[in-house]
Design a protein around this ligand. Structure first.
Ligand code: ACO
Ligand code: ZN
Length: 224
């Protein structure tokens, strides 16, 4: 299926022009051997990082019909922490966070949503924080996910007054083909009950530095 905003004229090849991979999200030029080779390499590394083998003492904090949520803490065995780090790297890469260090690695909790097919389809990085800055509504912002790059690069304005918060979500990510199935919502629900034994009021959860997707999700989530 060809999209109308393709920049290159189709010269008869089967696939031609800029393509966004529906799984790994890489943008590449189909028809260009270098690009396609690079994509395959990235794609395989991506799926490999999301492959979940599991371990005996995994900490399952929730189970669902379509998967489970596993929590990984900084003091867990090396292989568990390594897995969590690999996934976080993928997430950071997709979110465009380059070498953004965690405010306190020793207090970071990483939640992975593992599908029945043993694939990591969701990741949430939580940090306990004391205060947060509210993201202000953008005048004229629409509630439809606009996919143009400008929209994606726009910095959000934050309030200058800090507000109390106890749980900071520094990253939340869901595997593209699995979005819109309530995976992010279930992860946030579980994080709040598991960390504090009760549902946090949405006032007490802060989303740090949200992307447009993150902002739309947070807006919907916090209304309920
Ligand atoms: N546009 C509009 N509404 C949305 C969007 C969106 N992009 N994402 C979620 N919602 C709404 C859904 O409609 C849903 O509402 P409903 O329950 O009333 O139907 C609600 O939010 C919950 O949606 P989920 O299905 O739980 O969300 P999903 O599993 O698709 O994951 C996420 C949402 C994590 C934002 C996903 O789109 C993603 O991984 N995006 C790319 C990474 C990203 O931008 N992450 C946020 C970064 S900000 C940060 O980490 C602090
Ligand atoms: Zn791909």
């Amino acid at each position: 299926k060809r999209s109308r905003d393709q920049m290159i004229i189709d010269a008869g090849q089967k696939h031609f022009g800029a393509i966004v991979c529906k799984s790994c999200g890489m943008i590449y030029t189909a028809g260009s051997p270098e690009d396609e080779a690079q994509h395959i390499q990235h794609h395989e590394r991506f799926l490999e990082a999301l492959r979940y083998v599991g371990w005996k003492k995994e900490r399952v904090v929730a189970e669902f019909w379509d998967g489970k949520i596993v929590l990984i803490l900084p003091d867990d065995p090396k292989y568990a922490v390594k897995k969590a780090e690999d996934v976080r790297e993928i997430v950071d890469n997709e979110l465009g966070f380059k070498q953004v260090s965690l405010s306190c690695p020793a207090k970071t909790k990483i939640y992975l949503f593992v599908s029945n097919e043993k694939m990591i389809v969701g990741c949430l990085v939580a940090e306990s924080i004391k205060q947060a800055f509210r993201v202000l509504a953008e005048p004229g912002a629409t509630l439809s996910p606009e996919k143009d790059t400008l929209q994606h690069q726009r910095p959000w304005r934050c309030s200058t007054e800090p507000e109390p918060a106890v749980c900071g979500i520094s990253r939340i990510w869901v595997f593209r083909p699995r979005r819109g199935k309530g995976i992010a919502r279930r992860m946030v629900d579980v994080v709040s009950t598991f960390m504090y034994g009760c549902f946090l009021s949405t006032q007490e959860i802060a989303f740090s530095d949200p992307t447009p997707d993150g902002k739309l999700f947070a807006t919907t989530y916090c209304q309920t």
